[in-house]
Design a binder for this molecule. Sequence first.
Ligand SMILES: CC(C)(COP(=O)(O)OP(=O)(O)OC[C@H]1O[C@@H](n2cnc3c(N)ncnc32)[C@H](O)[C@@H]1OP(=O)(O)O)[C@@H](O)C(=O)NCCC(=O)NCCS
Length: 244
Amino acid sequence: MTDWSSLPARPVLPERSTIHLFRVSLAASRYHADADWSALTTAERARAERYVVEPPRYRFLLCRRALRHCLAWLTDVSPADLAFAAARFGKPHLQWPEKTGWGFNVSHSGDWGIIAVAWQRQVGVDLEVIDPRLDTAGLAERFFAIAEQQQLSALPLEQQTAGFYRIWNTKEAYLKALGVGMSLPLGSFTVSADPQGTPGVIGGDVREGPWWGHGFEVATTAAGVVLWDQGPTLVQTWDAPAEW
Ligand SMILES: CC(C)(COP(=O)(O)OP(=O)(O)OC[C@H]1O[C@@H](n2cnc3c(N)ncnc32)[C@H](O)[C@@H]1OP(=O)(O)O)[C@@H](O)C(=O)NCCC(=O)NCCS
């Protein structure tokens, strides 16, 4: 299980050479309608209202507020003053402040969010809450490359579920690092399936990069992968402070 540390108090500056992962609890107990939501724009609040059901609505609010606080901490700008823009397939980036060098990517699943930040690197992250009822064999046959299906079936039975999620997380993190969404067919590239090894894109349509990876767990039932370019480095794992 990954160790998550408390963030040091200011004025400690974030280390630029490492990848930072922030674990965010999106549990119902953290949501209070009358809390301070002033960090969010009118458009973000309107987007939240388009979720007709809970918990997706409050989870979006909690995760976006944490993202704003995180990027505010990194750039020393007030959370509400940050502006985002989206690239062609929807990958968000900082529009204001300009040219900070900080890139980020977000993923959320169930009661957890994860924010990955990296300085002057492309970064993609994916998190999935493990669903023991999922038809992993059917999904693998439908979405995974043949070489991935072969790696998966070669794993011991007790590692099959973790192997399935390792492939899923890595494929998604790769698409998100590139920012290409589903325009890149899932079967056109191959990732490593070993849930105990280092995640990586190992064959097929390997664009840009080279890519480095790290696997993590935010809870015993939620696993993820972060991928980045521009060389190997450490990954620091933080608990997002409660006030974010
Ligand atoms: C939209 C997509 C980027 C991820 O979707 P997802 O897995 O449902 O969602 P995640 O929680 O991991 O990521 C959502 C976040 O990614 C970011 N994002 C949106 N578009 C993005 C893009 N093109 N590239 C990278 N990040 C993107 C946003 O910050 C978004 O957060 P928000 O909803 O709070 O604004 C896209 O890759 C997709 O639709 N994937 C399909 C899922 C799938 O079939 N995966 C199969 C893997 S084998």
